[in-house]
Design a binder for this molecule. Structure first.
Ligand SMILES: *[C@@H]1O[C@H](CO)[C@@H](O)[C@H](O)[C@H]1NC(C)=O
Ligand SMILES: *[C@@H]1O[C@H](CO)[C@@H](O)[C@H](O)[C@H]1NC(C)=O
Ligand SMILES: *[C@@H]1O[C@H](CO)[C@@H](O)[C@H](O)[C@H]1NC(C)=O
Length: 621
């Protein structure tokens, strides 16, 4: 073969290959682009294989760049070395108290630097930390603490937290729990001040042997998620899962030079697994805020030279709702990383604040499936071409709108949807795509698993979420099925709310669901109630009951009083109809009520109030 022939065939190949690729697999270039953007992930498998945990990474980063700023909080600044030493003091103190690898410790604190020192310090001992949601009170707080199996609890110094714990202290003490408070001034019986003890402890490195038995499948944390059945569940976050999550910021292009801003609570996986672990993995600087503030957000970004912000959809909506300012574009933020951003806010946010990259993603704290919008497709959560689904398996299947269950064919197998349709997202449970499950009874975890999906004996994680895949394989979030809904960035379990409502004297039955309100993300809680015969509802008392036993985001914003149980149709079908009818008095003939937080009661919802809510004059808190 002469050189001309070789040259000719090479040229022909170069010219025709793209045409052939375009003809037979038009998504080839998108796939390549996506894969190139995913390259940082190659470190992931290496870390998993070599048992390099987030804690190991933190110690490595602190050794490599001790003077780099790790954390900024209000006017406090901590270098990697300072946080390393602080967490050593925590670890050394509790090790001296006899705490050991494998035991669980619970934290009930607001966002603050000490939270991180405690989490890192306990993790250096190989302990598991239960991240209690600081909105919880009384029974649900006790329940969440209980399922963690912890015998020690650290409470932040904030008064609201301390009084929440004092309320359940007798039960805790009965169970032999030691309660520590981050403050020196607390003199209550049975709670131990912690701050000065930690200050006095040694900052010598914690010997690695103390955690040498820890493996990737072991638990680093419990993070609470709303169960579809009753009270919150403690999702197990294994070291391996944390390593996966820690790669996320790197995947989005974040480097050691970046400053990442987080105003989300540390008890959720976004702040803990993506924010903290991602900061540790990339070696960048983290700015943590106690609580999100829409009016302070951009001032903070300017003050700390923030380059990347974490969000949930609601936050960006609140930012867009702020009055316009001449310095709106005066910031260095190039990326926003998060989930739940609705299309109507998406471009408004980008243009007004000049943020070039929106890294919208989809994932569940405990799930084994996730997508990232690395390709910057407007409105999408990610990309799932056939090749991508080979590399990171997941399936889109048909589902029943009323029950939320997958539809099976005549042989009992699930049915995959085609591009261009909505599908319930499920993912095979394998060694690589594992599902850690929940603390407690095995049935809790098993409920999230589908069996015999495409063949006998297989197992899939059921996300419970419906996503839409367009014909170019871009994926869009549609809705959450079943018995949870999202409000104010928190998942609400309808059964937990109905249970609390049913405990009220006058209520015979409560059916809880979420309804959409124009201009709001997620769904607001609504309860269809049946009042006991010979009882009448005392609305201020009901408000009081709800406020006492439910976190504020879970309290129903709307009530609907029904006369009797509608016996036609199944319970689930009734719920679907009720959800559709929402809180619109034109559609619902039953009396409707609206939660009035200023007057601490529920007030009648007439068409005037309805209009006010729909056009934004009346705020739903
Ligand atoms: C990582 O842990 C596994 C056990 O899960 C062990 O078999 C393996 O040798 C460890 N690898 C390294 C590099 O330490
Ligand atoms: C917590 O556990 C204790 C002891 O196991 C039990 O007596 C108590 O009822 C539990 N409380 C809750 C709210 O689950
Ligand atoms: C932000 O950047 C400016 C200009 O480079 C610098 O003077 C300032 O110290 C930085 N602020 C922080 C908190 O790093």
């Amino acid at each position: 073969m002469g050189w001309e022939t070789v040259l000719y065939s090479v040229l022909a190949g170069v010219v025709t290959a793209p045409i052939l690729i375009k003809l037979f697999y038009p998504h080839f270039y998108t796939d390549v682009r996506f894969i190139l953007k995913s390259l940082p992930i190659t470190r992931l498998e290496k870390n998993i294989k070599n048992n390099v945990s987030v804690i190991t990474r933190f110690i490595q980063q602190a050794a490599a760049k001790p003077d780099r700023t790790f954390l900024m909080y209000q006017d406090e600044v901590y270098t990697y070395r300072e946080m390393d030493q602080w967490s050593n003091r925590v670890g050394n103190f509790f090790h001296a108290r006899g705490l050991r690898a494998g035991e669980t410790f619970a934290i009930f604190m607001l966002n603050e630097p000490a939270y991180l020192a405690i989490f890192l310090g306990l993790s250096k001992l190989g302990m598991t930390t239960a991240m209690l949601n600081n909105n919880l009170r009384s029974k649900s707080l006790l329940h969440c603490f209980n399922v963690s199996g912890a015998k020690n609890l650290i409470v932040g110094k904030d008064e609201a937290l301390i009084s929440a714990i004092l309320e359940i202290l007798p039960e805790l003490q009965q169970q032999g729990v030691t309660v520590w408070v981050m403050g020196d001034q607390v003199q209550e019986n049975g709670v131990l001040p912690l701050e000065d003890k930690i200050e006095a402890a040694s900052d010598a490195p914690i010997p690695a042997e103390l955690r040498s038995g820890i493996r990737m499948k072991d638990m680093i944390a419990y993070i609470y998620t709303s169960g579809t059945t009753g009270l919150p569940k403690a999702a197990k976050i294994s070291y391996g899962r944390m390593v996966y999550a820690s790669m996320f910021l790197a995947l989005c292009g974040v480097t050691a030079e970046d400053v990442v801003y987080t105003a989300l609570p540390l008890y959720h996986s976004a702040a803990l697994c993506i924010g903290l672990a991602g900061t540790v993995e990339t070696g960048c600087t983290w700015v943590l805020r106690k609580k999100f503030s829409a009016s302070r957000f951009w001032d903070d970004c300017r003050k700390y030279n923030v380059t990347v912000v974490q969000y949930i959809g609601e936050l960006l909506r609140y930012l867009c709702a702020q009055p316009k300012r001449p310095d709106d574009l005066d910031n260095q933020v190039w990326a926003a990383v998060g989930n739940g951003l609705r299309p109507e806010i998406w471009s408004e946010f980008q243009e007004r604040f000049g943020v070039s990259n929106i890294m919208e993603f989809y994932a569940a704290t405990e799930g084994n499936v996730g997508f990232v919008n690395l390709l910057q497709k407007f409105g999408a959560v990610g990309y799932a071409s056939p090749l991508m689904r080979k590399l990171r398996p997941c399936n889109f299947v048909k589902y029943d709108v009323a029950t939320g269950e997958p539809i099976r064919d005549e042989n009992g197998w699930c049915i995959e949807t085609k591009p261009g349709e909505n599908g319930l997202v499920i993912a095979p449970i394998t060694q690589r795509t594992f599902f850690d499950g929940y603390a407690g009874k095995k049935e809790l975890s098993e409920k999230k698993v589908l069996r015999d999906v495409f063949k006998k004996g297989d197992g899939y994680f059921n996300s419970g979420d419906v996503l839409f895949m367009d014909t170019d394989y871009h994926v869009f979030f549609v809705d959450r099925l079943g018995d949870t809904f999202r409000w104010k960035g928190e998942n609400v379990a309808t059964t937990e709310v109905s249970q609390v409502l049913s405990e009220h004297d006058a209520i015979q039955e409560a059916n809880v669901y979420g309804v959409k309100i124009p201009g709001y993300d997620g769904r607001a809680g609504m309860a269809s109630l049946i009042v006991r015969p010979d009882h009448s509802l005392d609305f201020p008392a009901l408000y009081e009951h709800v406020a006492q036993y439910l976190p504020s985001y879970a309290a129903p914003r709307f009530l609907r009083l029904q006369q009797e149980i509608d016996v036609t149709g199944t319970f689930k079908q009734k719920k679907v109809t009720a959800v559709e009818e929402g809180f619109d008095p034109h559609q619902v003939s039953d009396p409707l009520y609206f939660m009035d937080t200023s007057r601490k009661t529920y007030i009648p919802l007439d068409t005037g109030l309805y209009q006010g809510i729909v056009n934004g004059q009346v705020t739903v808190n």
